[in-house]
Design a binder for this molecule. Sequence first.
Ligand code: ASP
Length: 437
Amino acid sequence: MRKVVTKFGGTSLANSDQFLKVKSIIAADENRKFVVPSAPGKRHGKDFKITDILYLCSEHVKQGIPFDQIFKLVEDRYIDLRNDLGINVDIESHLQQVKEDLLEKKSSDFAASRGEYLNGILLADFLGYNFIDSAEVIKFNNYGRIDLFETEKKFKEKINENERYVIPGFYGSMPNGAIKTFSRGGSDMTGSIIARCVMADLYENWTDVSGFLMADPRIVENPKPIDKITYKELRELSYMGATVLHEDCIFPLKDVGIPINIKNTNKPEDEGTFIISDMEPVVHMGNITGIAGKKDFTVVTIQKTLMNAEHGYCRKLLSILETNGISFENMPAGIDSVSLVIADSELGDKLDTIIREIENLCSPDSIEVLPNMALIATVGNGMSKSVGVSSKVFTGLATEKINIRMINQGSSEMNIIVGVENEDFENAIKAIYKAFQ
Ligand code: ASP
């Protein structure tokens, strides 16, 4: 029998109709033995996510403001779900326990984790699966990083080969027992960690879209779906803003080569996207896999005659970023100049400080600051072996009269990154997409 870990996102479990879809998906394949639920998500555009409400409850408790009214939204949601599903779970007493724990001012991580915890209890009963509290198996170390060794050990102690389990997503516990969550969207992480621990044949991630698309559908009309993508390509695309999966969730799976299949709970017949090992050859349309990007970067360009002959110049420059706790995105260099491309969110209000420190430590001839840059990555494994990919990107942009402010091609030859004005961002993505049709 194959082992499949099946994770369902918040919209896949937003109400009883969605629970029914989940049940029939699980019933359709007996290999789906490990199920990882998110907390209930939005039922419609104006709805709220349970996780957001739980964070709000925790804020109220911290500020000493009564939170009964907001918590009622959580209570109603789970009680309605239980009633609509027609199952016999005493969800009221679980809710009462959560409320008491919140009043004890447990952490915001604890509060947020209860969304998945309560949903897991309902789903396990509805599917007839065993429930495992993730605090018992998903283990973090004292630095707050996942402890794969300990997690695997706990998991093996807990599970029986012949049984089926629901394990809530998003949280685990610290060595002192305190609940800790992953960053937002972290149920994806739980799924991949479990897939790794049981050495699954497949990690299925069920959401509300049929996988990755070649570009953001809010920008490009009807972009083509991506049927297969390697871990590395996915890493590049998600880092640059493509958001379907938590960007770190490939790490536990990468070295063991467990594939991930992104599927749509509302259209289970769609193949979705397969995320596969970097070793497998995949070549896509026009040799690119996808296009993604992010706005709001600042470029700091430092000029100094004979920079190329001065030993340690870049080291000094980078030490300034390091001491100020700023990481940079890119560092294109010329003979006598080097630019630091930094996300505005990283830079915060430290621009003046780093300029002053560069002046003092590096004695440049000039420093130029250009804000409002967007970065766009065109990603594809296949581009290293094919001629003309960059020419298509640049011709596409030139045809639409978009000025390129920066060009960077990673040494892996898996991406070409261009910098354009923030205001050209959407048109640039459309232009590049069009160039590869
Ligand atoms: N419920 C959590 C969140 O909203 C985790 C998840 O859904 O993956 O971020």
